[in-house]
Design a protein around this ligand. Sequence first.
Ligand SMILES: [Zn+2]
Length: 161
Amino acid sequence: MAYRIGLGVDFHKLEENREFWLGGVKIPHYKGAIGQSDADVLLHAICDALLGALCLGDIGEHFPDTDMSYKNIDSKILLRKTYQLIKTAGYSVVNIDSTICLELPKIKPYVSAMQKVISGILEVTEKDISIKATTTEKMGFAGREEGLMAHASVLLIRKND
Ligand SMILES: [Zn+2]
């Protein structure tokens, strides 16, 4: 089978006085996501989409939050490790589409920096990494700025060997 599709979804809580990392980029904001790692919701959704495409389980199995070596870890390291699994299985990334659901901050000014970081790790061009954002019209946990969510879809292709 030449192509495989994957889907990833992730959620994190937002709290004050915490660094806000999104798409591998540090964004100035009065709140940041909390979690065992740097809580980068977009990179986690992408990791899950990559793993899902090859039926390799999920990010929690590969990088358990009970493992203290992942405490405050840069999620770019998790994405690199996940991509290694994909490469080892003989696949490469075609493209990724993603949407982040959050009320604030506006992420548009940071999208090209995120595309650069993610495309660099996954060995594709910036145009292969789509990053969109939406609010929830002030509804629910995202609308109340209690948390945020990211969805990612990925298409993989088997490398010629
Ligand atoms: Zn996460």
